[in-house]
Design a protein around this ligand. Structure first.
Ligand SMILES: [Zn+2]
Length: 418
């Protein structure tokens, strides 16, 4: 193999974000990117690339827009019909609240039936364990060794829209507060409808409940407005989010094929439809549940921001908290301490989930590399400014090296043997 002819992570980032451009979940750009990734995997190891098709929702925003619309319908029936409408309002609002919670926990619920579905795919390849390189004179063994460990490395390749909610630090703050306030507003409405019902028609309680209910009602008007607006916006070229992760993934695939891990089988998985609800990862971990029992996961997302890495997270939090594996964190911490010039750091993430949450949900010890800046945010995320010019090639190189070192450390130390 001629090393200089191999495309680097930055080449892949350029091809995905400039050559292909926006890659909407379930859309033609995503399919084109899948074909590109399949081609790269084939060029690394002929016959290795596999396509894993699945169907999923076309929007991550629309289920929540529907839930808020249900809460507003409940409020409307209460405002118009008064106490006689309160029972129906409680039922509708309670359903909307429960469905929204289920949606946030990746659990099927009726909101999903209200949103259109489309076809997507994961693209993946296996790199067999190389056996003892000494015994083969440093050459990959012809017959792959029986792996003592299995490691899945994931990165998504679809891109998000460019909603108002992500357009500036002000709107990001507004949106973050609204996600919490929105959940509280469902409960507030239910309580107020119940208070009116308890007080009875014409009572002071019923009148007061009507007026106070305008506050949670207004919150749902804002939530509905922002979640509806999101689906009217164009998609970003997604250089950092997440051509960067996919680029590093493909470069690691080349490096680990050239010099395989001795006793660790590696699955390289480029996931589709992360941006609308982590559906690619959900489909993959569900369909390969048996083979992946006992495996580990490294997830790579948004890693190319200046001053953003290598950065790995110990937890990701929204409604639930998904914690990274202590052993994988220990190994990453040790590398960061041994090689301070790499500038690696550990942090926590709040406000959204990555594909890492799905591995953790399926019981895999996992760690996610996510390029957060010092304010805890991803630069240019879900904006038109997420372009190749804002990707830092030095950070990409360091993240690639760091993760390669981590995989080789995992191979040596065997933290999670099968
Ligand atoms: Zn994203």
């Amino acid at each position: 193999m001629i090393r200089t002819a191999r495309r680097t992570a930055m080449d892949h980032i350029r091809e995905l974000s400039v050559g292909i451009g926006p890659r909407p979940s379930t859309g033609p750009g995503e399919r084109e990117a899948a074909e590109y990734i399949r081609g790269v995997m084939e060029s690394i190891d002929q016959g290795s690339a596999k396509v894993h098709p699945f169907r999923c929702l076309v929007s991550g925003w629309r289920p929540f827009a529907w839930a808020s619309a249900m809460a507003l319908a409940a409020e409307g029936s209460f405002l118009i019909a008064g106490v006689p409408g309160a029972v129906a309002a409680i039922v509708i609002c309670a359903c909307a609240f429960v469905f929204a919670i289920l949606q946030l926990l990746f659990i099927p619920n009726p909101l999903m039936a209200m949103v259109g579905k489309g076809d997507s795919q994961n693209v993946w390849m296996k790199i067999g364990a190389g056996g003892d390189p000494g015994a083969e004179g440093g050459v990959k063994a012809k017959v792959p060794a029986e792996p003592g460990q299995r490691l899945v490395i994931t990165a998504h390749y679809d891109t998000h829209r460019t909603p108002l909610a992500y357009s500036s630090p002000f709107w990001i703050r507004v949106f973050r507060s609204l996600t919490t306030a929105g959940m509280g507003a469902y409960l507030m409405l239910i309580v107020l409808f119940a208070v009116a019902l308890f007080g009875g028609s014409g009572s002071v309680l019923a009148v007061a409940a009507k007026w106070v209910s305008l506050v949670p009602g207004a919150i749902h008007v804002l939530v509905l407005g922002l979640t509806f607006e999101a689906d009217t916006t164009p998609h970003t070229p997604g250089a950092n989010d997440n051509a960067s992760g996919a680029g590093v993934l493909l470069e690691l695939a080349a490096r680990l094929t050239e010099k395989p891990l001795a006793g660790t089988e590696v699955w390289i998985v480029a996931t589709g439809c992360e941006e609308v609800g982590l559906y690619g990862a959900q489909a993959f971990f569900a369909d390969f549940k048996t083979e992946l029992r006992g495996a580990m996961q490294i997830n790579i997302d948004n890693i190319a921001g200046t001053d953003c890495g290598p950065c790995y997270i110990d937890e990701e939090k929204m409604l639930g908290t998904y914690r990274s594996d202590p052993e994988l964190l220990r190994l990453a911490d040790a590398i960061a301490a041994d090689q301070p010039d790499m500038g690696a750091r550990r942090t926590s993430y709040q406000g959204a989930y990555t594909d890492g949450a799905i591995g953790i949900k399926h019981g895999l010890p996992a760690i996610t590399f996510l390029g957060l800046n010092r304010t805890g945010w991803i630069p240019n995320v879900h904006q038109m400014t997420d372009v190749i010019e804002h990707c830092d090639a030095d950070v990409v190189a360091r993240v690639t090296d760091f993760i390669e070192i981590l995989t080789r450390r995992i191979d040596e130390e065997r933290p999670h043997e099968l």
